[in-house]
Ligand binder design. Sequence first.
Ligand SMILES: Cc1ncc(COP(=O)(O)O)c(C=O)c1O
Length: 420
Amino acid sequence: MTPDPYATGSPRNAAIPASDQPTAPYLDALIAYGFRGSTRFHVPGHKGGAGADPGLRSALGSSALLLDLPQDLEGIDLGPSPTPYERAEQLAAEAYGAERTWFLTNGASQGNHALCLALAPLGTHAVVQRNSHASVIDGMVLSGGVPHYVAPTYDDGLGMAHGVTPEALGEELSDAAAEGTPARAAFIVSPTYYGLAADVAGCAEVAHAAGAVLVVDQSWGPHLGFHRDLPPSALALGADGASTGTPGSSAGPTVFGPTLGALVSLPVAVIGAVAAGRLRIPAGGLIGPLVLAAALTAAGAGAVPPGWLLNAAFAVIGLMVGLRFDRETGRRVGRLAPAMLAAVVGVILGCAGLGLVLVAALDVSFLTAYLATTPGGLSAVLAVAFAGGADTTIVLAVQALRLLLMVLAAPVAARLLRPR
Ligand SMILES: Cc1ncc(COP(=O)(O)O)c(C=O)c1O
């Protein structure tokens, strides 16, 4: 049987499949902290989304705002070692086949700066691919290292530059040595912006033969090594250091643009509502789109409804509630005011009590828990939850569960209560 090049520990590819790392300690720590519902006394930029612009909330979602935490928090990046942050770095090192990994807070650019400062310090010489990203050039300026540029191959047919070949790299390294300024490091790019991977193993061989370390800017290939049909990662091919980041890969966050969001959301709303109506599901106008959207999102085809669509929907809800008030309603409210007021206060206090139970059980904010347990029009509660920054998913889940139980329990309750 042919050995699987993707297998763990394979000489062709040291990177391991993501399925072999079922834990995400840093994300878990962020979630535990972000969703615990406590009041935040952080710097103003990290208040968990309170008072955030509705447009930003609709683009990112309430959960992302809750997880926007500052650095240096006990139990996340501070505390007994290894902290969740350190454990996540160890897992990343293991996944990429590195001895050590440092997470970057300023993208791959910062990684390139750090690599230049560490491996091409003041007055030392290094060979640098001519079409490197500006951050490598900036890194050399910062470090004071002296670059010897090596040209990439040029594709006349396509009119674009690719990577450097081992031959070109070897020649430049020899030239630097012949000039009495041997290079300590070689900085190359693989894959390029256009997706062309260099012969990293060949480059590593010539660099090491010349006494230089090989550093690969793998910003466009953080996914390399994670699938059997992709080239291995640079570290697995013998590079001594690499920088990478998610913006250049398919693993980075992908958010549907507003127009696409509307194109997906509108048909989902209509199809879901019509289907639920046909199936005679109670509150089908709400439950149908809800179930359909949840199924699509679970299948990876979700979309963010644009702000204007949300505002239009909220306007319709407001209109519906407002149109129910007529003169007779006003008169009845006047007559029943004291009793209604007492009932409203009672319900509010009851919901607050239930909310406290939910806070303890689910580790959610009090507002989320309160709105989740508030009886009444689900759509109106959702609109308030959205505007107030509560976790709409939790509110919806609890409310939908209540609705479902009510629907299931209604026939039984009616039978039991019917006078015999
Ligand atoms: C080859 C290469 N290296 C580094 C970077 C910098 O990445 P970041 O934006 O994450 O700092 C880029 C960005 O486009 C790039 O193309």
